[in-house]
Design a protein around this ligand. Sequence first.
Ligand SMILES: *[C@@H]1O[C@H](CO)[C@@H](O)[C@H](O)[C@H]1NC(C)=O
Ligand SMILES: *[C@@H]1O[C@H](CO)[C@@H](O)[C@H](O)[C@H]1NC(C)=O
Ligand SMILES: *[C@@H]1O[C@H](CO)[C@@H](O)[C@H](O)[C@H]1NC(C)=O
Ligand SMILES: *[C@@H]1O[C@H](CO)[C@@H](O)[C@H](O)[C@H]1NC(C)=O
Ligand SMILES: *[C@@H]1O[C@H](CO)[C@@H](O)[C@H](O)[C@H]1NC(C)=O
Length: 363
Amino acid sequence: MNLHWLILFFVLVTTCAQGALPATPLFFRGLWCVAKWSSTTQSYTQTGQAFFYNNGTFTMNYLDNPSSTWVNHFTAVNNTDGAGGTYQFLTVTTKGPSELVNKTLCYWRRKISNTEVLFGRQSNGTCTSTFENDTSTDALRYTRTPTTCRYIDDENTNLVISGSSFEVGTLLPYDRNLATAVREAVVFYGSSSIVKWTTLATDFPDYTTLNRGFGGSTLLQCYQQFKRIVQPLEPSIFIIYAGENDIAGGTTPVTLQTVFRQFVPLIRRFYHNTPIAYISLKPSPSRVSKMSQMNDANNRIRQDINLLFPGVTFIDIWPDMLLPNGQPNPDLFVADQLHMNSKGYAIWTKAVSAYLESVFAKK
Ligand SMILES: *[C@@H]1O[C@H](CO)[C@@H](O)[C@H](O)[C@H]1NC(C)=O
Ligand SMILES: *[C@@H]1O[C@H](CO)[C@@H](O)[C@H](O)[C@H]1NC(C)=O
Ligand SMILES: *[C@@H]1O[C@H](CO)[C@@H](O)[C@H](O)[C@H]1NC(C)=O
Ligand SMILES: *[C@@H]1O[C@H](CO)[C@@H](O)[C@H](O)[C@H]1NC(C)=O
Ligand SMILES: *[C@@H]1O[C@H](CO)[C@@H](O)[C@H](O)[C@H]1NC(C)=O
Protein backbone atom coordinates (compact mmCIF):
# COMPACT_ATOMS: atom_id res chain seq x y z
CA MET A 1 0.00 0.00 0.00
CA ASN A 2 1.20 3.49 -0.83
CA LEU A 3 2.50 5.24 2.31
CA HIS A 4 0.12 8.16 1.95
CA TRP A 5 -2.88 5.90 1.82
CA LEU A 6 -1.56 4.03 4.79
CA ILE A 7 -1.27 7.25 6.78
CA LEU A 8 -4.73 8.37 5.68
CA PHE A 9 -6.07 4.97 6.72
CA PHE A 10 -4.61 5.30 10.21
CA VAL A 11 -5.86 8.86 10.55
CA LEU A 12 -9.36 7.73 9.61
CA VAL A 13 -9.28 4.71 11.89
CA THR A 14 -8.00 6.77 14.82
CA THR A 15 -10.45 9.61 14.23
CA CYS A 16 -13.41 7.28 13.91
CA ALA A 17 -12.39 5.22 16.93
CA GLN A 18 -12.16 8.33 19.08
CA GLY A 19 -15.29 9.84 17.62
CA ALA A 20 -17.21 6.74 18.61
CA LEU A 21 -16.41 7.17 22.28
CA PRO A 22 -18.73 9.26 24.40
CA ALA A 23 -16.88 11.81 26.56
CA THR A 24 -16.50 11.07 30.24
CA PRO A 25 -19.06 13.03 32.25
CA LEU A 26 -17.19 15.82 34.02
CA PHE A 27 -18.19 14.59 37.45
CA PHE A 28 -16.32 11.33 37.07
CA ARG A 29 -13.02 12.57 35.67
CA GLY A 30 -9.81 11.86 37.49
CA LEU A 31 -8.86 9.58 40.31
CA TRP A 32 -11.22 7.76 42.67
CA CYS A 33 -10.71 5.43 45.56
CA VAL A 34 -12.82 2.32 45.12
CA ALA A 35 -13.91 1.20 48.56
CA LYS A 36 -16.43 -0.89 50.39
CA TRP A 37 -18.47 1.14 52.85
CA SER A 38 -19.64 -0.49 56.02
CA SER A 39 -22.66 1.15 57.59
CA THR A 40 -21.97 -0.88 60.73
CA THR A 41 -18.47 0.38 61.37
CA GLN A 42 -19.01 3.61 59.40
CA SER A 43 -15.72 3.07 57.63
CA TYR A 44 -14.23 2.29 54.24
CA THR A 45 -12.16 -0.65 53.18
CA GLN A 46 -10.34 0.19 49.99
CA THR A 47 -10.47 -2.40 47.24
CA GLY A 48 -8.71 -0.43 44.51
CA GLN A 49 -8.79 2.71 42.41
CA ALA A 50 -10.41 3.98 39.26
CA PHE A 51 -9.00 6.63 36.95
CA PHE A 52 -11.39 8.24 34.47
CA TYR A 53 -9.66 9.88 31.51
CA ASN A 54 -11.51 12.66 29.71
CA ASN A 55 -12.00 10.66 26.54
CA GLY A 56 -14.38 7.90 27.54
CA THR A 57 -11.73 5.52 28.82
CA PHE A 58 -11.20 4.50 32.42
CA THR A 59 -8.79 2.19 34.16
CA MET A 60 -9.27 0.06 37.24
CA ASN A 61 -6.57 -1.27 39.55
CA TYR A 62 -7.37 -3.60 42.44
CA LEU A 63 -5.35 -3.90 45.60
CA ASP A 64 -5.24 -7.68 45.39
CA ASN A 65 -3.32 -7.34 42.13
CA PRO A 66 -2.21 -3.74 41.61
CA SER A 67 0.06 -4.66 38.73
CA SER A 68 -2.96 -5.53 36.61
CA THR A 69 -4.61 -2.51 35.04
CA TRP A 70 -8.02 -3.01 33.49
CA VAL A 71 -8.83 -0.70 30.61
CA ASN A 72 -12.46 0.02 29.90
CA HIS A 73 -14.14 2.14 27.25
CA PHE A 74 -17.60 3.62 27.27
CA THR A 75 -19.72 2.74 24.31
CA ALA A 76 -22.74 4.64 25.64
CA VAL A 77 -23.40 6.93 28.56
CA ASN A 78 -26.83 7.79 29.89
CA ASN A 79 -27.54 10.52 32.32
CA THR A 80 -30.78 8.75 33.05
CA ASP A 81 -32.39 11.23 35.38
CA GLY A 82 -31.20 14.32 33.53
CA ALA A 83 -30.34 16.06 36.80
CA GLY A 84 -27.02 14.29 36.84
CA GLY A 85 -27.67 11.86 39.65
CA THR A 86 -27.82 8.52 37.90
CA TYR A 87 -25.79 7.29 34.99
CA GLN A 88 -25.74 4.15 32.94
CA PHE A 89 -22.50 3.24 31.23
CA LEU A 90 -22.37 0.60 28.59
CA THR A 91 -18.71 -0.36 28.66
CA VAL A 92 -16.37 -2.74 26.95
CA THR A 93 -13.26 -4.02 28.73
CA THR A 94 -10.26 -4.15 26.39
CA LYS A 95 -7.70 -5.18 29.02
CA GLY A 96 -8.42 -7.13 32.18
CA PRO A 97 -9.68 -10.53 33.28
CA SER A 98 -10.23 -12.82 30.30
CA GLU A 99 -13.87 -13.44 31.21
CA LEU A 100 -14.54 -9.72 30.80
CA VAL A 101 -12.37 -8.84 27.80
CA ASN A 102 -14.40 -7.79 24.77
CA LYS A 103 -17.66 -8.09 26.70
CA THR A 104 -20.05 -5.19 26.68
CA LEU A 105 -21.78 -4.77 30.00
CA CYS A 106 -24.04 -2.21 31.60
CA TYR A 107 -22.98 -0.60 34.86
CA TRP A 108 -25.00 1.97 36.74
CA ARG A 109 -23.49 4.64 38.89
CA ARG A 110 -25.44 6.83 41.20
CA LYS A 111 -24.21 9.92 43.00
CA ILE A 112 -25.17 10.11 46.64
CA SER A 113 -25.48 13.18 48.80
CA ASN A 114 -21.89 13.20 50.07
CA THR A 115 -20.68 13.34 46.42
CA GLU A 116 -19.68 9.71 46.42
CA VAL A 117 -20.81 7.28 43.79
CA LEU A 118 -22.44 3.90 44.28
CA PHE A 119 -22.13 1.48 41.47
CA GLY A 120 -23.39 -1.84 40.37
CA ARG A 121 -23.72 -4.00 37.34
CA GLN A 122 -26.95 -5.03 35.67
CA SER A 123 -27.03 -8.74 36.25
CA ASN A 124 -27.87 -9.63 32.67
CA GLY A 125 -25.45 -7.09 31.23
CA THR A 126 -27.97 -4.93 29.38
CA CYS A 127 -29.05 -1.47 30.45
CA THR A 128 -32.42 -1.46 32.11
CA SER A 129 -34.11 1.10 34.29
CA THR A 130 -33.90 -1.26 37.26
CA PHE A 131 -30.86 -0.43 39.32
CA GLU A 132 -30.52 -3.64 41.16
CA ASN A 133 -28.21 -2.52 43.95
CA ASP A 134 -29.55 0.96 44.28
CA THR A 135 -30.88 0.56 47.80
CA SER A 136 -27.96 -1.35 49.26
CA THR A 137 -26.48 0.49 52.23
CA ASP A 138 -23.14 -1.33 52.17
CA ALA A 139 -22.39 -0.91 48.51
CA LEU A 140 -19.09 -0.55 46.73
CA ARG A 141 -18.35 3.13 46.19
CA TYR A 142 -16.18 5.53 44.30
CA THR A 143 -15.07 7.98 46.90
CA ARG A 144 -12.72 10.95 47.22
CA THR A 145 -13.44 11.29 50.93
CA PRO A 146 -11.08 8.97 52.83
CA THR A 147 -7.63 10.24 53.70
CA THR A 148 -6.00 6.84 53.70
CA CYS A 149 -6.53 5.40 50.25
CA ARG A 150 -3.46 4.12 48.52
CA TYR A 151 -3.09 5.35 44.96
CA ILE A 152 -0.70 4.23 42.28
CA ASP A 153 0.01 5.45 38.78
CA ASP A 154 -2.45 3.34 36.83
CA GLU A 155 -0.03 2.88 33.95
CA ASN A 156 3.12 2.45 36.03
CA THR A 157 1.83 0.38 38.89
CA ASN A 158 5.12 0.35 40.84
CA LEU A 159 4.76 4.06 41.42
CA VAL A 160 2.78 4.99 44.52
CA ILE A 161 1.40 8.52 44.15
CA SER A 162 -0.28 8.80 47.56
CA GLY A 163 1.24 8.84 51.03
CA SER A 164 3.46 11.90 50.61
CA SER A 165 3.20 14.86 52.97
CA PHE A 166 1.12 16.64 50.31
CA GLU A 167 -1.63 14.05 50.27
CA VAL A 168 -4.12 15.19 52.87
CA GLY A 169 -3.54 18.93 52.85
CA THR A 170 -3.32 19.53 49.13
CA LEU A 171 -3.68 16.64 46.72
CA LEU A 172 -6.90 15.15 48.08
CA PRO A 173 -8.64 18.54 48.11
CA TYR A 174 -7.56 18.94 44.47
CA ASP A 175 -9.04 15.52 43.66
CA ARG A 176 -12.25 16.47 45.42
CA ASN A 177 -12.86 19.63 43.44
CA LEU A 178 -11.92 18.23 40.04
CA ALA A 179 -15.55 18.19 38.94
CA THR A 180 -16.20 21.83 39.76
CA ALA A 181 -12.79 23.34 38.92
CA VAL A 182 -12.85 25.87 36.09
CA ARG A 183 -11.97 24.47 32.66
CA GLU A 184 -9.81 26.00 29.92
CA ALA A 185 -7.95 28.18 32.39
CA VAL A 186 -4.34 29.25 32.41
CA VAL A 187 -3.17 26.63 34.89
CA PHE A 188 -0.22 27.45 37.12
CA TYR A 189 1.43 24.26 38.31
CA GLY A 190 4.47 23.70 40.48
CA SER A 191 6.05 24.31 43.86
CA SER A 192 5.62 26.89 46.63
CA SER A 193 6.37 29.89 44.43
CA ILE A 194 3.19 28.93 42.57
CA VAL A 195 1.22 28.16 45.75
CA LYS A 196 2.17 31.53 47.23
CA TRP A 197 1.23 33.37 44.05
CA THR A 198 -2.11 34.33 45.55
CA THR A 199 -2.64 37.38 43.35
CA LEU A 200 -3.08 35.56 40.02
CA ALA A 201 -6.58 36.94 39.52
CA THR A 202 -5.48 40.57 39.88
CA ASP A 203 -2.09 40.07 38.20
CA PHE A 204 -3.75 38.58 35.11
CA PRO A 205 -7.17 40.24 34.96
CA ASP A 206 -7.64 39.37 31.28
CA TYR A 207 -7.35 35.62 31.80
CA THR A 208 -9.04 32.91 33.78
CA THR A 209 -6.37 31.42 35.99
CA LEU A 210 -6.21 28.36 38.20
CA ASN A 211 -3.55 27.60 40.80
CA ARG A 212 -2.54 23.96 41.10
CA GLY A 213 0.69 24.37 43.05
CA PHE A 214 1.72 22.10 45.89
CA GLY A 215 4.27 23.61 48.19
CA GLY A 216 7.63 21.94 48.61
CA SER A 217 7.16 19.84 45.50
CA THR A 218 9.91 18.83 43.15
CA LEU A 219 9.69 18.71 39.36
CA LEU A 220 9.72 14.94 39.74
CA GLN A 221 6.66 15.04 42.00
CA CYS A 222 4.91 17.45 39.65
CA TYR A 223 5.53 14.97 36.87
CA GLN A 224 4.26 12.07 38.99
CA GLN A 225 1.07 13.89 40.05
CA PHE A 226 0.35 15.53 36.70
CA LYS A 227 -2.27 13.08 35.46
CA ARG A 228 -4.01 13.13 38.75
CA ILE A 229 -4.40 16.81 39.54
CA VAL A 230 -3.89 18.71 36.27
CA GLN A 231 -4.65 16.48 33.31
CA PRO A 232 -8.43 16.33 33.87
CA LEU A 233 -8.69 20.15 33.87
CA GLU A 234 -8.32 20.77 30.13
CA PRO A 235 -6.14 23.88 30.57
CA SER A 236 -5.80 26.43 27.79
CA ILE A 237 -2.18 27.04 28.78
CA PHE A 238 0.25 25.46 31.23
CA ILE A 239 2.61 27.63 33.27
CA ILE A 240 5.09 25.52 35.26
CA TYR A 241 7.50 26.47 38.00
CA ALA A 242 9.32 23.53 39.58
CA GLY A 243 12.85 22.20 39.83
CA GLU A 244 14.36 24.42 42.45
CA ASN A 245 13.52 21.97 45.25
CA ASP A 246 15.07 19.12 43.26
CA ILE A 247 18.39 20.95 42.94
CA ALA A 248 18.25 22.14 46.56
CA GLY A 249 17.70 18.51 47.60
CA GLY A 250 20.79 17.30 45.78
CA THR A 251 19.43 16.36 42.34
CA THR A 252 21.95 17.12 39.62
CA PRO A 253 21.10 19.41 36.70
CA VAL A 254 21.46 16.42 34.36
CA THR A 255 18.92 14.40 36.35
CA LEU A 256 16.54 17.34 36.43
CA GLN A 257 16.87 17.59 32.66
CA THR A 258 15.96 13.89 32.40
CA VAL A 259 12.80 14.50 34.40
CA PHE A 260 11.92 17.46 32.18
CA ARG A 261 12.40 15.26 29.11
CA GLN A 262 9.80 12.85 30.49
CA PHE A 263 7.42 15.50 31.75
CA VAL A 264 6.83 17.38 28.49
CA PRO A 265 5.99 14.23 26.49
CA LEU A 266 3.57 13.21 29.25
CA ILE A 267 1.72 16.51 28.85
CA ARG A 268 1.86 16.15 25.08
CA ARG A 269 0.16 12.75 25.23
CA PHE A 270 -2.98 14.49 26.38
CA TYR A 271 -2.53 18.00 25.00
CA HIS A 272 -0.88 17.86 21.60
CA ASN A 273 -0.74 21.60 20.93
CA THR A 274 -1.56 23.37 24.19
CA PRO A 275 1.06 26.05 24.90
CA ILE A 276 3.37 25.22 27.79
CA ALA A 277 5.66 27.71 29.54
CA TYR A 278 8.43 26.77 31.92
CA ILE A 279 9.54 29.59 34.21
CA SER A 280 13.29 29.45 34.73
CA LEU A 281 14.61 28.60 38.18
CA LYS A 282 15.00 31.75 40.25
CA PRO A 283 18.19 32.77 42.07
CA SER A 284 17.19 32.60 45.77
CA PRO A 285 19.46 34.26 48.35
CA SER A 286 18.98 31.35 50.78
CA ARG A 287 20.19 28.93 48.10
CA VAL A 288 23.12 30.93 46.85
CA SER A 289 25.42 27.93 47.28
CA LYS A 290 23.39 26.15 44.57
CA MET A 291 23.41 29.04 42.11
CA SER A 292 25.77 27.54 39.59
CA GLN A 293 23.76 24.31 39.50
CA MET A 294 20.50 26.20 39.13
CA ASN A 295 22.03 28.17 36.29
CA ASP A 296 23.27 24.97 34.66
CA ALA A 297 19.81 23.40 35.00
CA ASN A 298 18.24 26.48 33.41
CA ASN A 299 20.61 26.30 30.47
CA ARG A 300 19.93 22.63 29.93
CA ILE A 301 16.19 23.03 30.02
CA ARG A 302 16.28 26.08 27.78
CA GLN A 303 18.32 24.14 25.26
CA ASP A 304 15.93 21.18 25.37
CA ILE A 305 12.98 23.47 24.84
CA ASN A 306 14.64 25.07 21.81
CA LEU A 307 15.76 21.80 20.27
CA LEU A 308 13.16 19.24 21.25
CA PHE A 309 9.88 20.72 22.28
CA PRO A 310 7.84 22.89 19.93
CA GLY A 311 5.07 24.83 21.63
CA VAL A 312 7.05 25.07 24.87
CA THR A 313 8.46 28.43 25.96
CA PHE A 314 11.23 29.17 28.44
CA ILE A 315 10.35 32.24 30.48
CA ASP A 316 13.65 33.53 31.79
CA ILE A 317 13.26 35.48 35.02
CA TRP A 318 16.82 34.75 36.23
CA PRO A 319 18.66 37.88 35.00
CA ASP A 320 15.97 40.25 36.28
CA MET A 321 16.32 38.87 39.80
CA LEU A 322 20.05 39.52 40.09
CA LEU A 323 21.90 42.54 41.42
CA PRO A 324 24.45 44.21 39.13
CA ASN A 325 27.14 42.16 40.92
CA GLY A 326 25.47 38.91 39.82
CA GLN A 327 24.16 37.97 43.27
CA PRO A 328 20.46 37.32 44.04
CA ASN A 329 18.58 40.48 44.92
CA PRO A 330 17.40 40.14 48.56
CA ASP A 331 14.86 42.96 48.12
CA LEU A 332 12.68 40.61 46.08
CA PHE A 333 12.27 38.07 48.87
CA VAL A 334 10.45 37.73 52.19
CA ALA A 335 12.32 37.07 55.42
CA ASP A 336 13.15 33.45 54.61
CA GLN A 337 15.05 34.72 51.53
CA LEU A 338 13.52 31.82 49.58
CA HIS A 339 9.98 32.91 48.83
CA MET A 340 9.21 36.11 46.99
CA ASN A 341 7.50 39.29 48.06
CA SER A 342 5.32 41.41 45.78
CA LYS A 343 8.40 42.95 44.15
CA GLY A 344 9.57 39.50 43.15
CA TYR A 345 6.15 38.51 41.85
CA ALA A 346 5.95 41.76 39.87
CA ILE A 347 8.93 40.54 37.82
CA TRP A 348 7.21 37.20 37.19
CA THR A 349 3.92 38.89 36.34
CA LYS A 350 5.58 41.07 33.72
CA ALA A 351 7.33 38.11 32.11
CA VAL A 352 4.28 35.83 32.15
CA SER A 353 2.01 38.62 30.85
CA ALA A 354 4.29 39.16 27.89
CA TYR A 355 4.19 35.43 27.23
CA LEU A 356 0.40 35.21 27.46
CA GLU A 357 0.01 38.17 25.12
CA SER A 358 2.34 36.53 22.60
CA VAL A 359 0.40 33.27 22.75
CA PHE A 360 -3.02 34.80 22.41
CA ALA A 361 -1.88 37.14 19.65
CA LYS A 362 -0.65 34.14 17.67
CA LYS A 363 -4.02 32.42 17.77
C1 LIG B 1 -7.90 7.85 26.03
O1 LIG B 1 -6.85 8.48 26.70
C2 LIG B 1 -5.90 7.59 27.24
C3 LIG B 1 -4.90 8.45 27.93
O2 LIG B 1 -4.30 9.29 26.98
C4 LIG B 1 -5.23 6.77 26.17
O3 LIG B 1 -4.32 5.87 26.76
C5 LIG B 1 -6.30 6.00 25.44
O4 LIG B 1 -5.71 5.33 24.36
C6 LIG B 1 -7.36 6.96 24.93
N1 LIG B 1 -8.40 6.14 24.36
C7 LIG B 1 -8.88 6.33 23.16
C8 LIG B 1 -9.86 5.32 22.70
O5 LIG B 1 -8.57 7.29 22.48
C1 LIG C 1 -30.15 4.98 27.81
O1 LIG C 1 -31.52 5.24 27.63
C2 LIG C 1 -32.09 4.61 26.50
C3 LIG C 1 -33.54 5.03 26.40
O2 LIG C 1 -34.16 4.91 27.64
C4 LIG C 1 -31.93 3.10 26.59
O3 LIG C 1 -32.40 2.49 25.43
C5 LIG C 1 -30.47 2.76 26.81
O4 LIG C 1 -30.34 1.38 27.00
C6 LIG C 1 -29.92 3.51 28.01
N1 LIG C 1 -28.54 3.18 28.34
C7 LIG C 1 -27.45 3.50 27.65
C8 LIG C 1 -26.13 3.14 28.28
O5 LIG C 1 -27.49 4.06 26.58
C1 LIG D 1 -10.75 -8.54 21.64
O1 LIG D 1 -11.07 -7.86 20.45
C2 LIG D 1 -9.94 -7.35 19.76
C3 LIG D 1 -10.43 -6.50 18.60
O2 LIG D 1 -11.40 -7.18 17.88
C4 LIG D 1 -9.07 -8.52 19.33
O3 LIG D 1 -7.91 -8.04 18.66
C5 LIG D 1 -8.63 -9.29 20.58
O4 LIG D 1 -7.89 -10.44 20.20
C6 LIG D 1 -9.84 -9.73 21.38
N1 LIG D 1 -9.36 -10.29 22.63
C7 LIG D 1 -9.89 -11.35 23.20
C8 LIG D 1 -9.25 -11.84 24.47
O5 LIG D 1 -10.86 -11.91 22.73
C1 LIG E 1 -25.90 -6.51 43.82
O1 LIG E 1 -26.83 -7.33 44.50
C2 LIG E 1 -26.63 -8.70 44.29
C3 LIG E 1 -27.77 -9.43 44.95
O2 LIG E 1 -27.94 -8.97 46.25
C4 LIG E 1 -25.27 -9.10 44.83
O3 LIG E 1 -25.04 -10.45 44.57
C5 LIG E 1 -24.20 -8.27 44.16
O4 LIG E 1 -22.97 -8.55 44.72
C6 LIG E 1 -24.50 -6.80 44.32
N1 LIG E 1 -23.56 -6.04 43.52
C7 LIG E 1 -22.94 -4.96 43.98
C8 LIG E 1 -22.04 -4.27 43.01
O5 LIG E 1 -23.10 -4.50 45.08
C1 LIG F 1 -32.48 -7.95 31.47
O1 LIG F 1 -33.27 -7.81 32.64
C2 LIG F 1 -34.33 -6.88 32.54
C3 LIG F 1 -35.06 -6.85 33.87
O2 LIG F 1 -34.19 -6.70 34.94
C4 LIG F 1 -35.27 -7.24 31.43
O3 LIG F 1 -36.22 -6.21 31.28
C5 LIG F 1 -34.48 -7.39 30.12
O4 LIG F 1 -35.33 -7.87 29.10
C6 LIG F 1 -33.36 -8.40 30.31
N1 LIG F 1 -32.57 -8.44 29.09
C7 LIG F 1 -32.16 -9.59 28.56
C8 LIG F 1 -31.39 -9.50 27.30
O5 LIG F 1 -32.42 -10.66 29.08
